[in-house]
Ligand binder design. Structure first.
Ligand SMILES: Nc1ncnc2c1ncn2[C@@H]1O[C@H](COP(=O)(O)OP(=O)(O)OP(=O)(O)O)[C@@H](O)[C@H]1O
Ligand SMILES: [Mg+2]
Length: 248
């Protein structure tokens, strides 16, 4: 594992005997079903995939799960930028090419990781199919805008082709529900993609925390952002995907 991925095993602070409740599912031939493999995917660039990926990973780690991030995006935002700024503090972060993801996930499972979040690049149609076939569950960040909804249609089509159950999360949402959020909700319902109840608001603190290699729970634990990420992780942790079909 370390040879292939250079995990920093010292980073983990979780209790490896605890099993995540998240993503209750039958094993779908993507692993043993013990380690949860969660994809952050959205063809639209800048939809908060990486921001959510690192925040959910920190939330899972703080909840006691041995957690890792695998960055498949050649931009390296989660690994080369945030991971380097973080300097080896858990969760572990590794960068792999899409073709090596399955092997990396299996190695993480052999090393006792319980939850792995996989970050992806935008506009990666051929590679994303390989990536999607290696995970149990996909989270699709959607900003409340018509452009994001259009990209979500393509993302859902890819996930359906890979037979991955998926849910959407509204990102960078305004403080108050507006016409765009209502329209986006309706469009997601029309696509048959369930939307998580917890939204991620548009908040400067996300950018500030990332710059420091932190998550908002570390940078400003009392912030609204820290509370919404905790709530979002809890919702994902308790989500029963057995009731979802492929791409919902
Ligand atoms: N909730 C938020 N509030 C404010 N800024 C945010 C929020 N989420 C993300 N951002 C900022 O928006 C920008 C894009 O976010 P991020 O890099 O996470 O998106 P992405 O989907 O991973 O992008 P890419 O498709 O390029 O990989 C970043 O500058 C990030 O700091
Ligand atoms: Mg990104």
């Amino acid at each position: 594992m370390e040879r292939r991925l250079r995990w920093d095993r010292r980073c983990h602070g979780g209790d490896a005997t605890r099993q995540p409740r998240c993503v209750r599912h039958q094993s779908r031939g993507r692993g043993s079903g013990i380690m949860k493999r969660i994809l952050l995917v959205q063809q639209k660039g800048g939809s908060a995939k990486t921001t959510l990926c690192v925040h959910l990973a920190v939330a899972a780690e703080r909840a006691g799960f041995k957690t890792a991030i695998i960055d498949t995006d050649p931009q390296g935002s989660a690994s080369a930028v945030w991971g380097v700024a973080r300097g080896g503090v858990a969760p572990a972060v590794a960068s792999v090419i899409a073709a090596e993801l399955r092997e990396a996930l299996d190695a993480a499972e052999a090393d006792g990781y319980q939850v792995v979040f996989v970050d992806t690049a935008p506009h990666t149609a051929p590679a994303i199919e390989v990536v999607a076939r290696s995970v149990d569950f996909a989270i699709v960040p959607v900003q409340p805008s018509i452009l994001d909804v259009a990209a979500t249609q393509r993302t859902v089509a890819l996930l359906r082709a890979a037979k991955v159950p998926a849910v959407a999360v509204l990102t960078r949402a305004p403080a108050k529900r507006d016409e765009e959020t209502n329209e986006t909700e309706k469009a997601l319902a029309a696509l048959g993609l369930p939307l998580l109840d917890t939204w991620m608001g548009e908040r400067k603190v996300y950018r500030r925390a990332l710059t420091q290699g932190q998550a908002v729970a570390e940078f400003d634990p009392a912030s609204k952002a820290a509370k919404e990420i905790f709530k979002l992780w809890k919702e994902i942790d308790q989500y029963d995907i057995t009731r979802l079909g492929a791409a919902a």
